[in-house]
Design a protein around this ligand. Structure first.
Ligand code: ADP
Ligand code: MG
Length: 167
């Protein structure tokens, strides 16, 4: 799957909740195709975008970036909200864990737990952190890394090898 398509469909699905927000998307050129379940992975991005829409001030900007590293493709979602409760960045990925100040906002605390389960099922990792600028929290950052996997070959040799296996 091209990452562009999954990011595009997640953004389209979130359009109603993201209204009025500037969203920057910067996907590096030549990202490798990824072996992923598009429906489930879209759910991961939708969870992150819905959280950003819910827990950051209306109209504040979001940024999505992706780049290829040696072994992985890294996808980063940044917001400009109040950030994650310090020291609880990992705990928020547990089922039913929510921030204190969120208790008044509807939600059950499952979004990040589900997101992590999906990313891990793809052999990847997901973490949350606060972005610091000048010693101050400038917003939350969620980072996903997915294994690059083996790109499909198109010279016919992969198909021939599969044929051999069957025989
Ligand atoms: N972008 C964000 N900015 C600030 N806090 C966040 C953000 N995303 C998630 N959180 C915190 O993580 C908690 C858990 O998120 P999640 O698992 O999606 O559950 P829910 O959204 O139902 O509370 C939220 O309640 C909130 O405290
Ligand atoms: Mg949520």
């Amino acid at each position: 799957q091209p990452l562009e398509e999954v990011v595009g469909s997640a953004l389209a699905a979130c359009r109603p909740v993201l209204q009025g927000r500037p969203v920057t998307v910067a996907l590096a050129d030549g990202l490798p195709l990824l072996s992923l379940d598009a429906v489930l992975f879209e759910r991961v991005l939708v969870n992150l975008l819905e959280n950003a829409a819910r827990y950051t001030p209306a109209g504040s900007a979001l940024a999505i970036r992706a780049e290829a590293l040696d072994q992985t493709v890294r996808l980063v979602v940044d917001d400009q909200g109040p950030g994650l409760p310090p020291g609880r960045e990992e705990a928020l990925f547990e089922k039913f864990e929510r921030g204190e100040r969120e208790s008044a906002t509807p939600g059950v605390g499952l979004g990040l737990a589900i997101s992590r389960a999906i990313v891990q099922a793809h052999g990847g990792t997901i973490h949350g952190a606060n972005r610091l600028e000048g010693g101050r929290v400038a917003g939350a950052r969620f980072t996903i890394e997915l294994p690059r996997g083996t790109p499909p070959e198109d010279d016919g040799s992969a198909a021939a090898a599969a044929d051999e296996d069957i025989r």
